[in-house]
Design a protein around this ligand. Structure first.
Ligand SMILES: [Fe+2]
Length: 269
């Protein structure tokens, strides 16, 4: 937040007290949610410091420290972002990420729902690690074949960079994926029955539809680049539908109100 406030992405990142406080607040809110979440996913850019920059290790250390307070019965799911891997990742930055946070792409099942976590940096710029990019592509095709074959009720993808922000055909910019890769992924996801893709990166809430696929872009616990407030998104998956709404950290401090609001949202749809 300081880096953005002072307009210096590199040397402005020397303070992160504010982010730690906000993350503490988010952790407290998550622990109080009723019903207890099946898991808590951080959609990337876990820290600000890019690979090889000062303060990165200290930021990782401090973030892990705050996340220790998440109720151990709520698993954490980490997604890699451009700040975690670098805008142009290398085998070394990816290896270092995996050592710190676990695999950069993987899948898991919860309650009959199939979840895929992707490394979107390989789609943004895989030029320095073509073999790793290829390996993820092969793996993804296998995973999507599983989703299609098992006709799972829902398949859901998490990746840091949104496929698109509002419209599937919008121009490519820093905050979305390049058009040909975007359309290839959208078609693959749609064919396999993926119903939603959840992303971060934009630091604003946004999203849109591609056929019946819901592209969901959530703002951040930390720095805001738009009019949204520090917050997180609650998601409920029923047999029929995926419900979601972004809440500010302040709203989340009143768990009874949140529960009421979310139930209303589910009833309206
Ligand atoms: Fe990002």
């Amino acid at each position: 937040m300081k880096a953005y406030a002072v307009g210096d992405c590199d040397s402005g990142g020397d303070e992160w007290e504010e982010e730690l406080k906000l993350t503490q607040q988010a952790v407290g809110a998550i622990n109080q949610l009723n019903p207890k979440p099946k898991f808590f996913v951080l959609c990337g850019d876990l820290v600000h410091g890019m690979p090889g920059t000062p303060w990165r290790e200290a930021q990782i250390h401090d973030l892990k420290n705050v996340l220790k307070d998440v109720n151990p019965e709520i698993p954490l799911v980490f997604v890699s972002g451009n700040h975690d891997l670098g805008n142009t990742p290398t085998p070394e930055t990816i290896q270092s990420y995996c050592k710190q946070w676990g695999d950069d792409y993987f899948s898991f099942w919860i309650g009959g729902v199939f979840f895929l976590v992707l490394n979107s940096q390989l789609y943004f710029d895989g030029s320095k690690c073509p073999e790793l990019k290829h390996a993820q592509d092969v793996w993804l095709s296998q995973q999507l074949a599983i989703a299609e074959e098992r006709k799972c009720k829902h398949a859901i993808v998490f990746q840091h960079i949104p496929l698109f922000l509002r419209e599937p055909s919008e121009d490519h910019n820093y905050f979305n994926l390049e058009l040909s890769i975007r359309h290839e992924l959208l078609e693959k996801f749609h064919k396999a029955g993926v119903k939603a893709v959840f992303s971060g990166h934009y630091h604003k809430n946004a999203g849109g539809l591609y056929k019946d696929l819901d592209m969901v872009v959530s703002s951040a616990i930390g720095c805001q680049l738009g009019e949204d407030t520090h917050g997180l998104r609650l998601v409920a998956v029923t047999a029929e539908k995926i419900f979601h709404r972004y809440y500010s950290l302040n709203e989340l401090s009143n768990s009874a109100e949140i529960e009421k609001d979310f139930m209303t949202l589910m009833k309206q749809n």
